[in-house]
Design a protein around this ligand. Structure first.
Ligand code: MG
Ligand code: MG
Length: 265
């Protein structure tokens, strides 16, 4: 069994430990890791068109990261064989790049990380190749906007549950379902640190957010039910009912001045 890249909720895991607060110097490295991964994902999406393979997109992301003097954060981690997770249509997370040819209308998610001075970033976004539909555009808008709502709640003095609740109350009234088995997480020297950041929850509950905490916030939104299953490759997670799924993620620092998104160019 693999350890999944986006962590599954497991009781008794290292998520029971205390979060690691980052110094200003550490945040500088994480900001650079965030800048590099945003650049790499943009370069890969710039090349996205009908006919490209997911392996080609992955190579572009890897070259972009290495051209900036950084390292791919996912490559080899838990045994993952590539730079980016590329998940298409009903695939939610952890798709393995390969020979698959991207077709017009495909909903493509790139999830990627970079390492700078030993510090991680984690970033994901979703786009449609070629011709889209109102259904796909609305799914993408809802997922991106729910991430923005979650980020807006990532404030000193709030709690993890405030982030979870902001995402839930944005998505659920729009008749979508949020994936429950995979969650956001703390991030730093390790890609996955405590605490877990679920995409559903109650305001005012969970760990209090302190200055220096850095979180990867990552709603995964399904058109159908929330249930998932893992394919025989032991990595690719898909919706159990085959419905479309969308994923956006940013790495966000809690600062005195509010949430600071690190994964931007
Ligand atoms: Mg993540
Ligand atoms: Mg990710």
């Amino acid at each position: 069994m693999n350890s999944e890249s986006t962590p599954k909720i497991v009781s008794g895991s290292n998520f029971a430990l205390s979060p690691v607060l980052k110094t200003r110097l550490e945040l500088q490295a994480m900001r650079e890791a965030g800048r590099v991964v945003a650049f790499a994902v943009r370069k890969a999406f710039d090349a996205l068109e009908q006919g490209i393979t997911t392996r080609e997109m992955d190579s572009i992301a890897r070259e972009a990261i290495e051209s900036e003097g950084a390292k791919p954060g996912f490559l080899g981690l838990y045994g993952f064989p590539a730079t980016a997770c590329i998940s298409i249509n009903e695939e939610i997370v952890h798709g393995i790049p390969g020979d698959r040819i991207v077709r017009s209308g495909d909903l493509v998610t790139l999830d990627c990380g970079a390492l700078v001075d030993g510090y991680n970033s984690d970033y994901a976004m979703t786009k449609v190749v070629g011709d889209s539909t109102r259904e796909k555009d609305d799914l993408i808008d809802t997922t991106r906007e729910s991430l923005e709502a979650g980020i807006n709640a990532a404030r000193h003095g709030n709690r993890i549950g405030d982030i979870s609740n902001a995402i839930e109350t944005y998505v659920v009234p729009r008749s979508y379902e949020l994936v429950r088995e995979y969650v956001g997480h703390g991030i730093g020297k390790r890609l996955h640190e405590p605490p877990q950041v679920p995409n559903l929850g109650k305001s005012g509950q969970g760990l209090e957010l302190q200055v220096g905490l850095v979180l990867a916030i990552e709603p995964m939104v399904n058109v159908g039910g929330w249930q998932t299953r893992t394919l025989d490759d032991e990595w690719t997670v898909v919706t159990a009912d085959g419905s479309l799924s969308c994923h956006f993620e940013h790495t966000v620092a809690i600062t005195e001045d509010g949430p600071l998104v690190l994964t931007v160019e």
